[in-house]
Write a protein that binds this ligand. Structure first.
Ligand SMILES: [Zn+2]
Length: 73
């Protein structure tokens, strides 16, 4: 019984991680697209520049900090 529960939790965790990775891959593909179009480092929402420090932390960032915050509200 205990083992079953643990396996279930583990499975859910892995599934959540896979979903996170799929989302990340999607964003990376979008970011690569932006590089090809010469738009990399620009916010997809407001067109403003994404700070270099942010791109170093999140290379696949598509939005500036302000727009990203608005998206998660
Ligand atoms: Zn923006």
């Amino acid at each position: 019984m205990d083992t079953d529960v643990r396996e279930q939790v583990g499975h859910d965790t892995i599934e959540a991680q896979v979903k996170d990775m799929e989302k990340r891959i999607e964003r990376i593909e979008l970011a690569l697209n932006k590089i090809n179009r010469g738009h990399y480092g620009r916010c997809d929402k407001c067109g403003g520049a994404i700070p270099v420090e942010r791109l170093e932390l999140v290379p696949e960032a598509l939005f500036c900090v302000d727009c990203e915050k608005k998206l998660h509200k």
